[in-house]
Design a protein around this ligand. Structure first.
Ligand SMILES: C[S@@+](CC[C@H](N)C(=O)[O-])C[C@H]1O[C@@H](n2cnc3c(N)ncnc32)[C@H](O)[C@@H]1O
Length: 263
């Protein structure tokens, strides 16, 4: 059994539910508002690659901006997520989705102006190989925007701190590197990117609401924990306590990196 989380049909459905919450709509808006993208993406004819495009929601928003003269390619490893993206965004012929590994892109050298890669690098066993691939397929001067999470930034109020720590220690195993942002900037530079800058993208749920990132995340964590043999009664108690709290509080930081390919 794989150690890290793979988006099979069940996990893919949970991920889609997460990505349709207002929290994730706001995160996509933050990506599209980012100055570095504003300079590139609205230009008709731009070629944009979304690596790990998942449900395709960000790729579709970018495709609307580049218009029919542009090209947007979404690449993902998960067949169920590719199926969702193709079914929902078939109306834009300049937007395509293909199945491939981020470290072996089916793309020619220097064939894209921009790469976006949101919450994907942390899933990869070899981040440096993927960054080298990104440098290969970006044209000189092309730009990379990546978002990743440092799970140590998580604050999640619980009446049972020890149980919360046990569940989160298990959840840390859903990706090879739950703390990738702390090394990502240097690794981008080593891969041939310059002017790497970073900003925090906070995700805050200060009260319980079913239609939030953190409520949907409870289900994803619970199913991941169950599939890794966790004690079902402990996971049920963990989820139940969170959802019943009067003083619910969840906060998590993503980190958005911008970089330019210089060589
Ligand atoms: C948390 S989701 C992010 C989805 C999307 N980027 C977004 O922000 O809406 C992580 C995605 O990375 C994909 N992924 C994981 N490993 C991959 C790999 N080796 N190559 C390509 N995609 C991968 C997963 O299938 C999933 O769609």
């Amino acid at each position: 059994m794989a150690t890290t989380l793979r988006y099979d049909a069940e996990a893919a459905a949970r991920l889609v539910a997460i990505y349709l919450t207002p929290d994730m709509v706001a995160q996509r808006a933050a990506v599209l508002r980012a100055a570095v993208l504003r300079a590139l993406v609205p230009n008709a004819g731009d070629r944009v690659l979304d690596v790990g495009s998942g449900p395709g929601l960000l790729a579709a928003a970018i495709a609307e901006r580049v218009g029919a003269a542009g090209q947007v390619l979404g690449v993902d490893i998960s067949a169920p997520l590719l199926a969702y993206a193709r079914m929902h965004f078939a109306a834009l012929p300049w937007l395509r989705f293909v199945q491939a590994d981020a470290a072996r892109l089916p793309c020619a050298d220097a064939s894209f102006d921009t790469i976006v890669c949101t919450q994907v690098l942390e899933y990869l066993p070899d981040v440096d190989a993927a960054l080298a691939e990104f440098a290969r397929v970006l044209r000189p001067g092309g730009q990379l925007l990546a978002i990743d999470t440092d799970w140590d930034s998580l604050v999640w109020a619980s009446g049972d701190v020890a149980r919360m720590a046990r569940v989160l220690a298990l959840w840390d195993r859903h990706v090879p590197d739950p703390h990738l942002p702390r090394t990502l900037g240097r690794r981008m530079e080593r891969a041939g990117f310059e002017r790497v800058c970073v900003r925090a993208v906070p995700l805050l749920n200060p009260a319980f609401d079913p239609d939030t990132y953190s409520n949907r995340l409870i289900d994803l964590i619970a199913s991941f924990a169950a599939s890794r043999g966790a004690d079902a009664s402990e996971i049920d108690a963990w989820a139940g306590e969170l959802r019943a709290r009067d003083d619910y509080f969840f906060s998590l930081n993503r980190y958005m990196f911008f970089a330019v390919r210089t060589r």
